[in-house]
Design a protein around this ligand. Structure first.
Ligand code: GLN
Length: 539
């Protein structure tokens, strides 16, 4: 615990309804503070009982974001990384389940010396410890509390953050509450009552927010701002308007225009430099003024819930930013491709991407899509499961290995070109995943090498199955280049086809490391190929 460091703590809560974009708000606060020259870190508390988000269904929970140190975390950590220089790790995300797990483990070890273990102070102390452990060497710790004020589940977290104001001098803590100001059509009026109720709920718990971020779909008249300030007991300049915007990358600029950074710095008594947000102005300008539009088909399983592929979606947009292109993503259900064939889906796209996934639903549709991309010279990018499908497709249709499959889809596959590595079989499911960052050596003169302009890269993994090295020679002989290797275990990480405009697939997830300010090299290169495809088709 480090109560004595000089770090400041910002607590971000949400009220009225869920999905107001608390993660983006917290991330944008980080952007603004970094622009003012401060060092920030983040912590996300998730009020559900699961010990980590790794085993949760992406349909319900959105993407599992993987960190360098191999933690499976909430997708908000992805927002934090994309908006700032922060690098997420295991210690930056805790669920209620994990907090209880830690407390119960201590109790079993006898660390509470037979005392009665209670919500307050034992659970709340554990929560406070997670916050204070992050304080070292950073100027500001931004703590986001998941859920909505009023939920039973978030109460212990709110009680813990309430105590900070008493434990520390006032200028070391700041409470920011995100709410909604809905427009009611029948009355032709913006309504501030839900915000008042939500702030009252917080005050019942003992937290008086210092700043309100008000989501609205239209400008708020000055009068309404004053009313909110009066009823919610905050300074008028602490009512910040967060209007709906077209791109999430506009959010930091919008909050800056309404003075959010100024009031945060004032409250925390921080004498930071003047904010330099030029980079974000440039990003927004590029997003809003593309020189062309490319269509990229993403063939997956969770296409109805776009949040399941959040980082991928953003990485494609970043690839567009690098190429001054807008990327229109067409989400295609792999099972539909299986039913009616690929022709109908891909006649007018400039790129096809098959992302990561688990289980065998839609696999043959993904394989058919990859075949279509390969045979019709459409740029193709495969990621994790997408790479495994590309290997199977190449085996079956080019290398003549008819029974090629992954043992994930057919345990008794005749030709297991993708398999669980020897020594890993039979280990319990949770134990076998390759998680987190691994080094990868790139072959000179490969597409991968030219994209990264580097011979050694580090990328994040989350998978159980691997390329089967018994088949390596036959693949190479048939024209599948192996351009990235994890040397220590001699594992194949990247494959590509030379005689193709752009065909590359990776065992790792490059999307986790892409940012609007530094688009990932593979996404930049893939979208460049799509732009070229578009230009050729117009000639
Ligand atoms: N299901 C595959 C595996 O476990 C791929 C995982 C993924 O795409 N993240 O290896």
């Amino acid at each position: 615990m480090n109560e004595n460091s000089n770090s400041k703590f910002i607590f971000v809560t949400g009220g009225v309804v869920s999905s107001l974009g608390k993660g983006i708000a917290a991330a944008s606060i980080g952007t603004l503070l970094e622009s003012a020259g401060l060092k920030v870190t983040f912590l996300k508390f998730d009020p559900y009982i699961n010990v980590d988000p790794g085993t949760m269904n992406p349909f319900q929970h959105g993407e599992v974001f993987v960190t360098d140190d191999g933690a499976e975390t909430d997708m908000d950590l992805g927002h934090y990384e994309r908006f700032t220089n922060f690098i997420a790790a295991r210690a930056n995300n805790f669920t209620t389940g994990k907090i209880y797990f830690n407390v119960i483990t201590k109790e079993r070890r006898g660390e509470y010396l037979g005392g009665t273990v209670q919500m307050v102070p034992h659970i709340t102390d554990e929560i406070k410890k997670c916050v204070l452990d992050l304080a070292d060497s950073k100027d500001v710790v931004i703590v986001e509390i998941g859920g909505t004020v009023g939920d039973i589940e978030s109460l212990p977290f709110l009680e813990a953050i309430r105590q900070f104001r008493f434990d520390l001098p006032k200028d070391r803590t700041l409470y920011i509450h995100l709410t909604l100001i809905p427009f009611v059509k029948a009355a032709d009026e913006l309504k501030t009552k839900p915000t008042q109720h939500s702030v009252n709920k917080l005050r019942e718990i003992g937290i008086q927010p210092d700043i309100l971020l008000c989501r609205t779909d239209r400008p708020i008249p000055h009068e309404a701002k004053r009313k909110i300030a009066l009823f919610c007991n905050v300074a008028p300049e602490a009512v910040i308007i967060a209007r709906d915007v077209d791109s999430i990358y506009e959010v930091p600029l919008m909050l800056h225009e309404d003075g959010l950074d100024k009031i945060i710095l004032k409250n925390l008594n921080l004498s930071a430099g003047t904010s330099d947000i030029k980079a974000w102005e440039d990003i927004t300008h590029r997003v809003k003024n593309p020189e062309c539009r490319v269509k990229i088909a993403v063939v997956g399983k969770y296409v109805d819930l776009k949040d399941s592929y959040k980082s991928l979606f953003e990485a494609l947009i970043h690839g567009g930013i690098a190429n001054k292109a807008a990327v229109d993503i067409q989400w295609i259900d792999a099972e539909e491709v299986e039913k009616i064939g690929p022709e109908t889906f891909f006649s007018n796209v400039q790129g096809i991407l098959v992302p990561g996934g688990f289980g065998n639903r839609g696999i043959e549709g993904k394989i058919a899509s990859i075949r279509f991309a390969r045979e019709h010279n459409i740029p193709f990018f495969g990621i994790c499961l997408g790479m495994q499908c590309a290997v199977i497709e190449f085996a079956r249709n080019v290398a003549g290995i008819k029974g090629a499959n992954s043992t994930e889809f057919d345990e008794k596959a005749d030709q297991p070109v993708i398999h669980i590595m020897p020594g890993q079989e039979g280990v319990e499911k949770g134990g076998t995943m390759r998680l987190g960052a691994y080094p990868c050596v790139l072959m000179p003169n490969s597409l991968a090498y030219h994209s990264y302009r580097s011979a050694l890269i580090y990328e994040r993994h989350r998978h159980r199955y691997e390329f089967n090295n018994d088949y390596r020679d036959i693949f190479i002989k048939n024209g599948l280049a192996i351009s990235g290797i994890y040397s220590e275990k001699d594992l194949v990480e990247i494959v590509e086809i030379k005689e193709h405009p752009w065909f590359l697939a990776t065992q790792f997830h490059p999307e986790f490391k892409s940012k609007p300010a530094s688009p990932h090299p593979l996404f930049t290169s893939f979208i460049a190929a799509a732009v070229k495809q578009l230009k050729n088709s117009k000639q």
